[in-house]
Structure formats: structure tokens, C-alpha cells
Design a protein. Sequence first.
Length: 121
Amino acid sequence: MVKDICEVTCINEDKVSRAKQHLTEQNPMEVAKIFKALADDTRIKIAYALSLEGELCVCDVANIIGSSMATASHHLRLLKNLGLATYRKKGKLVFYSLDDEHVKQLIEIAFQHQKEAIKVE
């Protein structure tokens, strides 16, 4: 017998109604895109490096992830298009940083949670 599901149906109408209302007021699909972008191993490495260093040029990011500048640029552009990163151009160099403090906190919390999960195992 499976122990991780309810054995009887008992619905809390108030909680269900509130949750459904909040979901209709938000855009879960857009939030899912953020997590989908960060679910990629390379992009989470880039985001973490940006959270640590604040700003990095494409050359530095390519070196950190061990890729070509074209590959690094592709991943950085995707993060930018999803509103997770921003860039500025200085001469012939392009510097990227995380878009705002919320994104930085999201990355830091995820890495902190991962460290804590390892300790529990």
C-alpha cells in the first residue's frame, strides 16, 4: 500500500478557493519559464557566477563554464531575454549581470538549499 497519498478524499474548500484565486491573478507559465531556464546546468553555473561576481564579460563567462564565447553568449542572451540578466557594452566588451536582487536571491537560496539537503542525507 502506498503511504504518500490520502486514503480518503477531504477537500478544504477555503484553501482550494484561495489558491485557485491567487493562481488566476498570477502568471504561473512565466514563472515556470524562469525555473526552466535555470534548470539547465550551464545556465545555473552562469547565474551563480554572476551572483558571486556581480558582473562578468562574455569572455570570463566562457572561461568559467569551459565553452566558446558563442555558447556563453547564447546562454547569456537567453537569461537576458527571460529577464534574469542584463548587459552593458563597453567598447568591444559586453558585460552581463543579474537583472536585480530578486534573481540573485533566487540563485543564492537555491544553492543554500542544495547545501542543506546534502547535510540531511
